[in-house]
Write a protein that binds this ligand. Structure first.
Ligand SMILES: *[C@@H]1O[C@H](CO)[C@@H](O)[C@H](O)[C@H]1NC(C)=O
Ligand SMILES: *[C@@H]1O[C@H](CO)[C@@H](O)[C@H](O)[C@H]1NC(C)=O
Ligand SMILES: *[C@@H]1O[C@H](CO)[C@@H](O)[C@H](O)[C@H]1NC(C)=O
Ligand SMILES: *[C@@H]1O[C@H](CO)[C@@H](O)[C@H](O)[C@H]1NC(C)=O
Ligand SMILES: *[C@@H]1O[C@H](CO)[C@@H](O)[C@H](O)[C@H]1NC(C)=O
Length: 484
């Protein structure tokens, strides 16, 4: 009896003094919004019992993230401290944070320069070898010319016809986490859709207004990048992947940009669930999933866990290096995760983008300046970016977002490997193909090697993305590593 009482006293004291770790990422916090991760094998019902209430009823923003044994909740500080932090079953609590407090402006997207595109896909296919069929894309811009040969070119800026794999990237699901996409745009040839047929996104920060799935950003960001990923129908990209619109940035009007870490993590894990279900069902024609992130931002444990989980489920994740020439990539999240493919950019003279972060976490370099893209104003509108995509930071220091359009170009090349080989669940081989086919040492103006810490020599790798299908007389496999 005494023993039981003592045990009870001891146990309740232990419980009362328990405080789950609480992490506050750098950056602007989403007011009163938290991501709570439970320990493995600890269930939500057990947790609710500890709290003495069903939190999903208490908070309209409550959402579970089953793959991470986590949930997102909006509650005041006192309630979190009293009910949640005292539960020993809680592994940690992380405050929800806005990604990209910076604001975009892009002078390049004026009305005056919008041109109407003609349909420039030549659908005649020829069998050049017994092994692979080719296709021709007419009026391909310099960026597509650059990435479809195995050597350095003298690019004259003129559009040309290039040869690609037949139906490149078909069957690959490319998830576009961005400002929404005009899915009816002719660049997508009917291959774009809204994630889970949503009419309203569930992934914008609490309190967002423009939650419809369209691209209502003033600068057409989501539509532009989606056209590089999957815009083969108008010669804007070298891929016929399925562009899946996962809107994470609502109200991205004018100077406002806001995405939240909880929204992005929720999107990531819902995509991962869908990917796993498609793989399990052995869906015909499916060739794998790829996610291109539309931000870099403060380090978040939740986003890190989500990226790890997506990769281990077989999804390839492509991210840009941050646009900050003084930033070492080891400090650049999520570029610094081994699970991501981190992209920096170059211009048509093969010069490294001088506003990019530098370091050995950069996996690949791709063209990112003066690129032709689709924009959302009508179903045929395309636009030639006059320079690097630009944004202003909240402290109004001008920064240039040159790496933004390089990462979707990498995504399009990787979807070629995935589609051709059916790499539905194999990010490791996708990465190997990328490295084996990259062109070495053709980029100039790379940041100098630097000694970091005591004696670590940090070098930015000199590797340009490539898939060498644009050949006059294609013989042999289409690219290094392709099965004969
Ligand atoms: C609650 O507020 C206190 C005092 O400002 C702070 O120390 C604590 O970290 C906050 N806790 C949470 C979970 O926000
Ligand atoms: C384009 O023109 C329309 C109508 O003239 C105007 O309302 C809109 O603000 C313009 N958009 C840009 C990006 O200049
Ligand atoms: C190319 O060859 C493949 C198989 O060898 C065949 O299925 C396909 O129809 C051919 N395509 C053309 C355009 O002749
Ligand atoms: C930008 O965000 C601020 C604060 O959230 C809001 O008051 C303002 O209306 C927004 N502006 C636009 C153009 O959406
Ligand atoms: C890919 O990432 C870039 C870099 O931030 C971003 O600007 C773009 O919106 C993303 N593209 C897609 C298709 O998600």
């Amino acid at each position: 009896m005494l023993c039981q009482v003592l045990f009870f006293l001891y146990f309740s004291r232990a419980v009362n003094s328990f405080r789950a770790p609480y992490f506050v990422p750098e950056g602007r916090l989403v007011p009163d919004t938290y991501i709570v991760r439970l320990r493995e094998n600890y269930g939500l019902q057990q947790h609710f019992e500890h709290c003495g209430t069903d939190l999903s009823v208490l908070s309209p923003e409550f959402r579970t993230i089953p793959l991470l044994n986590s949930y997102r909740v909006q509650l005041d500080n006192a309630t979190v401290e009293r009910l949640i932090r005292t539960d020993p079953g809680v592994e940690y609590i992380e405050h929800d944070v806005y990604f990209a407090g910076q604001t975009f402006t892009d002078t390049a997207f004026g009305n005056s320069t919008i041109q109407n595109a003609h349909s420039d896909l030549d659908l005649t296919t020829t069998n050049h070898s017994k092994r692979w069929d080719t296709e021709k894309i007419a009026d391909a811009g310099w960026a597509l010319q650059m990435i479809t040969v195995a050597k350095k070119l003298n690019l004259d800026g003129r559009d040309k016809t290039i040869r690609t794999l037949r139906n490149p990237g078909a069957g690959v699901n490319a998830y576009v986490l961005d400002t929404g996409v005009r899915i009816t745009h002719n660049a997508f040839g009917g291959r774009a859709s809204n994630f889970r047929s949503m009419t309203r996104t569930e992934y914008c920060p609490p309190g967002s207004v423009n939650t419809d799935m369209g691209d209502d950003s003033t600068y057409s960001h989501g539509t532009a990048v989606a056209s590089l990923v999957a815009g083969g129908s108008m010669g804007l990209g070298i891929s016929f992947a399925n562009a899946i619109n996962v809107k994470v940035c609502c109200d991205c009007l004018g100077q406002n940009i806001s995405m939240s870490s909880s929204g992005v993590a929720l999107a990531f894990m819902d995509i991962t669930e869908d990917h796993e279900a498609i793989v399990r069902s052995a869906q015909e024609g499916f060739k794998g999933s790829i996610i291109n992130l539309s931000f870099t931002g403060p380090h978040s444990l939740t986003i890190e866990a989500a990226i790890r989980k997506a990769k281990s489920s077989g999804i390839t994740v492509v991210v840009p290096a941050t646009n900050d020439p003084h930033l070492l990539t080891s400090q650049d999240f999520p570029c610094n995760l081994a699970e991501t493919i981190c992209v920096a950019s170059c211009d048509f003279l093969y010069q490294f983008y001088d506003y990019s972060a530098y370091g050995d976490d950069i996996d690949i370099i791709a063209p990112g300046k003066t690129i032709k893209v689709a924009i959302a104003s009508d179903n045929n509108a395309i636009h030639f970016l006059a320079g690097w995509f630009r944004y202003f930071s909240p402290h109004s220091q001008l920064k240039l977002l040159g790496n933004s359009f390089a990462s979707p170009i990498v995504t399009s090349v990787l979807s070629n490997f995935m589609g051709h080989e059916g790499l539905t669940n194999d990010p490791k081989t996708v990465r190997k193909r990328m490295l084996d086919n990259s062109i070495r040492n053709v980029i100039t103006k790379l940041p100098p090697s630097t000694i970091v810490g005591r004696r670590r020599l940090v070098k930015t790798p000199n590797r340009l993305i490539s898939i060498p299908t644009n050949r006059d007389h294609p013989r042999g496999p289409p690219y290094i590593g392709a099965p004969y």
